[in-house]
Design a protein around this ligand. Structure first.
Ligand code: ZN
Length: 420
């Protein structure tokens, strides 16, 4: 007699099951199994294959669930690889002022800009930030997101940066979305250090980074490396200090000017370089050589009506893994919708539907060092799975601005079901 194995959740009959696994080689490059099925057990993928070949030995445990995905696409949970999840306040006034033609400087003079968000976030209590974060996570979940990277950076003092990171830690208890925390104390120079930026860099390297590391509140250390933010020299110092304390480097690079940020990312062994609108040829080559993932943020390009886009095609052709993320933040990309970023990746950055799906799953996992756990559907990986009400994968970025996600499964449990 065959020994039976009990599984918790079974999906059958997917018209396309996108594994994103290199072991299912076929022409789409997405590892598609047609008429596919998955079985999940104890939070992990236990079996995957054609529905016809479903092993008889696998049985649903009492109380388990079977989903019929006939006519639908099944794929890994989406991963948002760059968000500024925790902030208070909003900047719709600034949005209107920009439409009316005011410059960044004029907006800042009228009390807008990043420092207004810093002020609001400093004033907000832990509970207020927690509930704002929770609402944003819920919106992300309904778009099919199961893991995000989240940056601090609207506190800019030891106390307020710790408050933000502790809110993230508390939100991690939330069973629906995994949060990978990044310390971005070097987002901008706060008002009180405007005339003594060197002292702020000292505060970052001598107090904030050691404390954040000691408390185990972040996995990565990021910096906004840009003419109007932190110089290459300051960035190197902050990121090297982070490394010494066990925080892996990430970098906001070359967004507004070609400042050598991508080269620095390669030099110091950053896991990702993000933005990259003005990346140089050498920067692209260095990133390819060192395997630095490029995280591109079409929402910011779209919202700020940028004239220049990052060279996604060239990055891909030179062998750089490209991820797409929302950059969720109140100033330049107020959105939780990763599917919308997929469409923008196609139309603005000329990425193909296949590439934007890779960019929000396996490449996004890579940008946070999680490619062995998430980002593809393979036996033993986390059972973070989506059932999407679309007839094929190309349809997902094509029909934009509406919610196609029917069901989100996190660690083998249904955590979101689209209201009918
Ligand atoms: Zn950012």
């Amino acid at each position: 007699m065959t020994p039976f194995v009990q599984v918790d959740l079974i999906i059958k009959n997917a018209v396309e099951l996108l594994t994103l696994s290199p072991f299912f080689r076929e022409e789409s490059g997405l590892g598609i199994i047609h008429h596919g099925g998955v079985a999940m057990r104890e939070g992990k993928i236990f079996w995957i294959g054609k529905t016809d070949g479903f092993p008889e030995a696998l049985v649903l445990k009492p109380g388990g669930q079977e989903i019929d995905a006939i006519g639908k696409v099944v794929m890994p949970g989406l991963i948002d690889s760059h968000t500024h999840l925790i902030f208070a306040g909003s900047r719709e006034h600034e949005f209107e002022q920009r439409i009316e033609g005011l410059s960044y400087l004029e907006i800042a003079e009228r009390g807008g800009g990043i420092l207004s968000t810093v002020e609001a976030t400093r004033k907000a209590s832990f509970d207020e930030l927690f509930s704002l974060g929770k609402k944003r996570l819920d919106r992300m979940l309904s778009k099919g997101v199961t893991t995000i990277e989240a940056k601090s950076g609207y506190g800019l003092s030891l106390k307020d940066e710790l408050k933000i990171l502790e809110v993230m830690k508390a939100l991690k208890e939330n069973p629906t979305i995994d949060i990978v925390p990044t310390f971005l104390g070097a987002h901008t120079v706060p008002k009180e250090f405007r005339h003594d930026r060197a002292r702020y860099v000292d505060l970052l390297t001598e107090e904030m980074i050691p404390k954040v590391a000691e408390e185990g509140l972040a996995e990565f250390c990021d910096i906004f490396c840009e003419e109007k933010a932190f110089s290459l020299k300051e960035s190197r110092k902050v990121l090297e200090t982070g490394k010494r304390y066990g925080l892996k480097p990430k970098i906001h690079a070359d967004q507004l000017s070609s400042g050598g940020g991508a080269e620095l990312a390669a030099e110091i062994g950053a896991i990702s370089a993000d933005h990259l609108e003005y990346i140089s040829e050498t920067g692209i080559e260095r990133m390819a050589e060192k395997g630095v993932t490029a995280v591109l943020l079409p929402g910011a390009s779209f919202f700020l009506a940028m004239k220049r886009f990052p060279p996604a095609r060239e990055l891909i052709e030179k062998g750089v893994a490209v991820s797409l993320a929302t950059d969720l933040n109140p100033g330049s990309s107020m959105t939780e919708s990763l599917p919308l970023m997929m469409t923008m990746g196609c139309t603005m950055f000329k990425m193909t539907p296949r590439e934007v799906i890779q960019a929000t799953t396996i490449h996004a996992a890579r940008s946070m060092g999680r490619e062995n756990e998430i980002g593809s559907l393979e036996i033993g990986k986390k059972a973070d799975v989506l059932v999407i009400d679309v007839p094929n994968y190309r349809y997902l970025p094509y029909h934009f601005g509406v919610d196609h996600v029917e069901c989100v499964i996190k660690r083998g449990k249904v955590v979101y079901q689209r209201p009918t």
